[in-house]
Write a protein that binds this ligand. Structure first.
Ligand code: HEC
Ligand code: HEC
Ligand code: HEC
Ligand code: HEC
Ligand code: HEC
Ligand code: HEC
Length: 390
């Protein structure tokens, strides 16, 4: 009769441990709410009315109001979380929110209801919107401009689950080493392993989201497309990346250069007037556009475009892929040390007809004497540690 009673105590203990865990978890989850909800009671009434307008505006924007709606939801074109592998040419919700945050309702109404431009006319036709409704949409968008898009980062619940798992691991470890309350050790070990695996998975998921890796393609502040410019309109890479042949870095063009053409081209087939208006405005106000950098070697690595494009005559495509077919630039190679080294082993350099290599006397002699028939990058020292590492 001993066995069943022992068995009971074990399950009971697990149950108690579980209950304590859940309770502490719940207590923790309510913590942030109580911390941040201390407000002046006078403001609460105003806030409520404002919150209601925001919510109604949001529902309208998302197509849930009015009930007899005959036109598309705004959100179906103006998305909330702009991130996709393919270019979404419509301005995002946050984009239009920011543009009109400092402007009054009349401006906003005129823009939405009296479309000007081909793209705008095609997208905003047949809108029947009550002024009162549109006002709430403006309130919602103003709110959005301040708060930003709904977060995609770790939520409070995720963080709490993570802490909870940590707690569980600590408890399990303490039990294994000191207390030994749970008789069947495999139960503790199992809990420990499970919690660990879950935590590792959460960290890995987050790291993958953060880590810039191959195929990394962030959203940019202006929907600039290499396909439209370098592809369809055949503009040379060097027209914009002016220092690529002579400098360490390729250089990103300033808005003045864009204006060479966009003085005249004010409406794009895909994006309408919205994106090019940003170019014009940035140029007028002389505010530099904050392009998100895609390729990024660590600081301890030296890489020069001049060496590869200017001297080595390596095509952009070999390292960057078919940029002229990309609406959104993607990192094409992993930029690892192996990637650099392997290419140096394989790539022949045009040794004879390039004055840059004249002082490699020994190699020239070896070629003459027939010891060496092709010179590859590795032969001129491209794989010496010090060439790439300071
Ligand atoms: C009309 C000007 C223009 C032309 C032409 C152009 N680019 Fe760009 N390029 C830009 C701008 C602006 C950016 C920054 C925005 C972005 O990343 O899309 C950029 C970014 C890049 C990047 C990513 C830089 C980073 O952040 O790591 C690469 C790679 C690149 N260009 C390669 C090329 C290649 C290859 C060509 C020719 C096939 C080319 N570009 C033609 C303007 C241009
Ligand atoms: C041998 C490989 C290679 C070739 C060829 C090459 N690039 Fe790059 N490019 C890189 C690497 C590596 C980086 C990242 C540099 C860094 O982070 O310091 C880069 C970065 C860039 C950037 C980001 C800004 C900068 O300069 O750091 C642009 C723009 C760019 N390349 C354009 C071009 C264009 C245009 C060509 C062709 C004319 C070209 N690249 C040819 C490897 C190459
Ligand atoms: C050599 C001329 C030229 C330069 C320089 C140039 N563009 Fe363009 N751009 C064009 C043309 C042509 C179009 C296509 C218009 C169309 O869609 O009919 C265009 C379209 C666009 C569009 C809208 C795309 C669409 O189809 O809706 C944007 C946004 C844009 N350019 C941004 C830029 C930025 C940013 C720069 C500077 C980094 C720049 N352009 C430099 C000629 C140029
Ligand atoms: C069928 C797609 C579509 C729908 C639905 C749509 N829009 Fe748009 N909207 C666009 C496009 C495309 C542009 C940019 C056109 C341009 O700049 O030429 C735009 C531009 C705007 C702008 C900026 C105008 C400017 O002057 O810069 C505002 C504000 C706007 N939309 C609000 C709304 C609201 C509010 C709704 C819902 C009632 C809505 N849109 C529904 C496609 C759409
Ligand atoms: C697509 C092939 C290719 C890739 C990828 C490549 N290189 Fe090179 N690299 C060459 C060639 C070809 C040469 C020889 C031409 C020359 O003299 O610069 C060279 C030369 C060099 C040299 C100079 C050697 C000298 O003459 O002093 C350095 C430094 C260098 N590469 C660094 C790098 C680094 C760092 C990377 C990776 C981030 C890299 N390379 C990736 C093709 C490549
Ligand atoms: C052709 C260029 C090149 C040469 C030659 C080269 N490296 Fe590297 N090395 C790189 C690049 C690029 C990275 C960055 C890799 C990354 O971030 O994934 C790197 C990273 C490293 C790192 C750091 C690893 C890390 O995780 O950050 C060490 C250590 C290193 N190299 C040692 C060496 C030694 C030792 C040699 C000589 C035998 C050498 N490298 C030669 C390009 C080179």
């Amino acid at each position: 009769m001993k066995r069943p009673s022992l068995y009971l105590t074990v399950t009971q203990r697990i149950r108690i441990a579980f209950a304590v865990f859940i309770l502490s978890f719940l207590a923790l989850s309510s913590l942030p709410l109580t911390l941040f909800s201390q407000e002046d009671p006078d403001e609460i009434v105003d806030d409520r009315a404002h919150e209601e307008d925001v919510t109604r505006g949001e529902r309208f924007f998302k197509g849930l109001l009015p009930k007899d709606r005959k036109f598309e939801a705004c959100v179906s074109c103006h998305v909330l979380n702009a991130h996709a592998d393919t270019m979404d040419w419509n301005p995002s919700a946050i984009d239009i929110a920011k543009k009109f945050a400092g402007k009054d309702f009349a401006d906003f109404q005129a823009s939405v209801m009296q479309p000007n431009g081909k793209k705008m006319e095609a997208s905003h036709k047949n809108f029947t919107i009550e002024e009162a409704d549109l006002k709430k949409v403006k309130v919602y968008l103003d709110d959005l401009a301040v708060k930003g898009p709904p977060s995609l980062g770790p939520t409070i619940t995720q963080i709490l689950i993570f802490i909870g798992l940590g707690l569980l691991i600590t408890l399990a470890l303490l039990d294994l080493i000191f207390f030994r309350k749970i008789k069947y050790r495999f139960v503790t070990v199992f809990i420990l392993m499970l919690a660990l695996v879950l935590q590792v998975k959460m960290v890995a998921d987050a790291a993958i989201k953060l880590g810039r890796s191959q195929d990394y393609a962030p959203d940019q502040p202006i929907k600039f497309s290499h396909k439209v410019h370098a592809g369809d309109n055949k503009i040379d890479c060097k027209y914009c990346h002016t220092t690529v042949e002579y400098g360490k870095s390729a250089g990103i063009p300033a808005m003045e250069l864009c204006m060479n053409c966009h003085v005249l081209v004010r409406e794009g087939t895909r994006s309408g007037k919205f994106e090019i208006a940003k170019v014009v405005e940035a140029n007028e106000t002389k505010t530099p556009v904050e392009w998100v950098r895609i390729h990024n070697l660590p600081d301890h690595v030296f890489f020069s475009h001049a060496q590869h494009v200017g001297v080595g005559k390596v095509d952009c495509k070999q390292c960057h892929g078919d940029v002229q077919n990309m609406d959104i630039v993607k990192q094409n190679s992993d930029l690892s040390m192996g990637w650099c080294i392997n290419c140096h082993r394989d790539t022949k350099v045009n040794f004879k007809d390039n004055a840059y290599y004249d002082n490699y006397m020994k190699l020239h002699d070896q070629i003459k004497s027939g010891k060496l028939d092709t010179v590859r990058a590795v032969n001129i020292g491209a794989n010496d540690c010090m060439r790439c590492h300071y």
